[in-house]
Design a protein around this ligand. Structure first.
Ligand code: NAD
Length: 293
């Protein structure tokens, strides 16, 4: 299949390479010459103009930093150059309103849009094991599924346009809050004189059990191997968690949802990520800021 790919950064680079590996003809564009060269080495056809990653393509994937980039690329490159019936897949994490707006722009031109944000980081993008949460019509989802499957291990239809982004930020708000709750609980257990491995053995089999504890334990040496065992590096950056929590706060305000725990998590990640360049640390590193006084 002829697929255009715009945005070949940390995530998009590996995803475009996996599409090429699956046998697609991938016309890849990025503003960065270095990213373009890497995509060329990974089997894609680098193009020097975004229009060439859209014209005559059956599908176009975008993987860009934020909503403003997606709005601009859709308005200036994608919607203008894509023919009717082209499938467009935005895999970036952006606000729900932008996702719905660009989908409307596309639909008005007879283009089939899906928002398909991902769960999983750079390692999963490289390995082709991402999980995609997809918003769009039944027809668009049916066409998107095989393409997304070439880059991931799970592709789930969340609902109509914007539903993929909604599912992603709801999930990450829950993750941010549960990570903080897990961190402060281990700190308190320590202050109460509990052995942390013993507390893990109990709580991981009791009602406090949660993913942040049993799959991604923020305490070094406890639970399975995690970024905590690697100096809080190599996982999901605190700056990206903060980005997702801010998107969640925007969405909550726009939907009129009360989210006191999510709001507290957003505040604490702001405090953590915006101090001493900790935004680059794994998000479980917030344990080092909590429960110390
Ligand atoms: P990145 O900054 O590494 O890559 C973005 C790329 O987009 C860059 O190479 C940049 O040059 C390119 N770009 C920006 N504007 C462009 C334009 N107008 N035309 C063409 N290229 C343009 O970011 P990333 O880590 O790959 O993340 C991409 C998206 O995936 C973000 O929305 C992020 O929130 C989401 N995400 C990231 C992770 C992660 O672990 N990195 C995990 C899940 C989701």
């Amino acid at each position: 299949m002829k697929i255009g790919f715009i945005g070949l950064g940390n995530m998009g680079g590996g995803m475009a390479a996996n599409l090429a590996k699956a046998g697609h003809e991938v016309h890849a564009f990025d503003l960065s010459g270095e990213a373009l060269a890497k995509a060329g080495a990974a089997g894609c056809h680098p193009v020097s103009d975004a229009a060439d990653a859209v014209k005559h393509m059956e599908a176009v994937v975008t993987m860009l930093p934020a909503g403003k980039h997606v709005r601009s690329v859709y308005a200036n490159d994608v919607v203008i150059n894509a023919g009717p019936g082209t499938l467009v897949l935005d895999c970036s994490t952006i606000d729900v309103d932008s996702a719905r707006d660009v989908a409307e722009m596309a639909k008005a031109k007879g283009i089939l849009p899906v928002d398909a944000p991902v769960s999983g980081g750079i390692a999963a993008a490289n390995a082709g094991t991402l999980t995609f949460m997809v918003g769009g019509s039944e027809e668009a989802f049916k066409r998107a599924e095989p393409i997304l499957s070439d880059m991931g291990k799970a592709v789930i239809h969340a609902g109509d346009s914007g539903a993929g982004q909604a599912a992603k930020i709801c999930n990450n708000m829950l993750l941010g809050a549960s990570m903080i709750a897990t961190c402060e609980t281990f700190k308190m257990a320590e202050k109460l004189g509990l052995n942390l491995q013993t507390f893990y053995d109990i709580s991981s089999k009791a009602s406090g059990q949660n993913w942040s504890m049993t799959s991604y334990c923020p305490v070094p040496g406890v639970g399975p191997q995690s970024p905590a065992d690697n100096g809080y590096t190599g996982g999901f950056a605190a700056a990206l968690m903060l980005k997702d929590l801010r998107l969640a706060m925007e969405a909550a305000a726009s939907a009129g949802a009360e989210v006191p725990m999510g709001a507290a998590a957003a505040k604490l990640y702001e405090q953590y990520a915006e101090t001493n360049e900790q935004g680059g640390m794994d998000f479980s590193g917030i344990i080092n800021m909590l429960g110390n006084s």
